[in-house]
Design a protein around this ligand. Sequence first.
Ligand SMILES: Cc1cc2nc3c(=O)[nH]c(=O)nc-3n(C[C@H](O)[C@H](O)[C@H](O)COP(=O)(O)OP(=O)(O)OC[C@H]3O[C@@H](n4cnc5c(N)ncnc54)[C@H](O)[C@@H]3O)c2cc1C
Length: 398
Amino acid sequence: MKPPVTLGRADEPLPEACDVAIVGGGVMGLSTAYAVAESSKLRVVVLERSYLVSGASGRNGGGVRMQWGDEGNVRVMMESIEICRGLAQELGINLWFRQGGYLFLARSEAGEQRLRRNAELHHRVGAPTRLLGPEEARELVPELDVHDVRLAAFNPKDGVVFPWPFVWGYAGQAIRRGVVVRTHTAVEAAEADGAGLRLRLSTGESLRANLVVNATGAWCHGLNHSLGVRLPNRPHRHEILSTEPLKPFLDPLVVDLASGLYFSQSTRGEIVAGITMPDHGDGGTDVDQSSSLGFLAHLGRTLAAVMPRLGRLKVLRQWAGAYDVSPDGDAIVGPSPGVPALLQLCGFTGHGFMMAPAVGRMLARFIVRGERHPMLERWDPTRFVDGRSRAREDMIIG
Ligand SMILES: Cc1cc2nc3c(=O)[nH]c(=O)nc-3n(C[C@H](O)[C@H](O)[C@H](O)COP(=O)(O)OP(=O)(O)OC[C@H]3O[C@@H](n4cnc5c(N)ncnc54)[C@H](O)[C@@H]3O)c2cc1C
């Protein structure tokens, strides 16, 4: 049996220089570190200013779906879900991946049209989404209030995971392949050093890297600004809660398009739920991870209306994290405008967790072999400079 690996240490010795320094030990940074180490001999260092699941990757709902409104996103998620199916074995850790499907509910004509449009797209690319009437939706989720539901969409391949072991699994396997994962060490500034960059660390150390990946999610502006890179993505507080456990009864993750409510049942029986809060406005580049009574009240009222039985549940835990929101809803990935040695891996809004398995591999192929996946053209950070930004993906929840 292989000895256990520690998942990053605050006293891990750092080399003086490396090929790739990844700043941010969330799911994006670690899935990329693992994929680079898996496919090359490049020396990789991950720098995390806190513990490994301290960012959005340790605070999310674990939802994983291929039901998107845009073909590129559907294809990325078909690949990601396929990877997820074998990932527990590959990473050697239980991810609690459960494919109970996602059930979207539409209560307006516009919502109904959205689901019909998406279902046609899904069929064309091979995603098994089915359109359901209200009573069929209730057969899947008993006690759902469907009185004004016009149409539902269900994809049985969508599902949920438990986020923490997902991140730990990537970290453990990256370390086994020689990646240095240093925790409790912030990158405070960066400067040009030949064709690469030198990172100044909160411990007083410095590290030179040929290539630096900015995988700091909602905090990405600190590193960007120190190199003069300005991008339009902004942090946005997103709240979520979990309840006392119930005997398992709920297979799909349910999304109510009208309110932005979503809820699922974890493998431990808790109901995990979040909702769009339109008043959680733009606070500039400051990250707010505080919880609010307003969210609790709004979510409680909406959840009880959509599924009255859940209105009596006790809430055990309420928390918040930060979405990293880009103006067009697309991620921001690739060489930075004016600083090619700094790769962005940001702007994943509310869907970075589910995309990380495919995106980590995609970015690793770019770093190791210079291969440009078509999504990297679309996610190119320079699109904001030369105005190539596209129409917004319409299936972003929260
Ligand atoms: C409440 C909530 C629910 C969500 N639900 C879902 C969902 O159901 N499905 C889904 O796919 N996505 C969901 N998301 C989005 C998803 O969590 C994120 O898109 C994803 O985790 C982003 O991963 P990341 O690695 O880019 O960022 P993070 O996980 O935030 O990692 C960034 C890391 O960088 C570190 N860092 C910051 N600054 C520095 C620095 N200067 N030096 C060193 N380290 C630094 C931070 O400490 C952090 O650990 C949700 C998000 C939230 C908040």
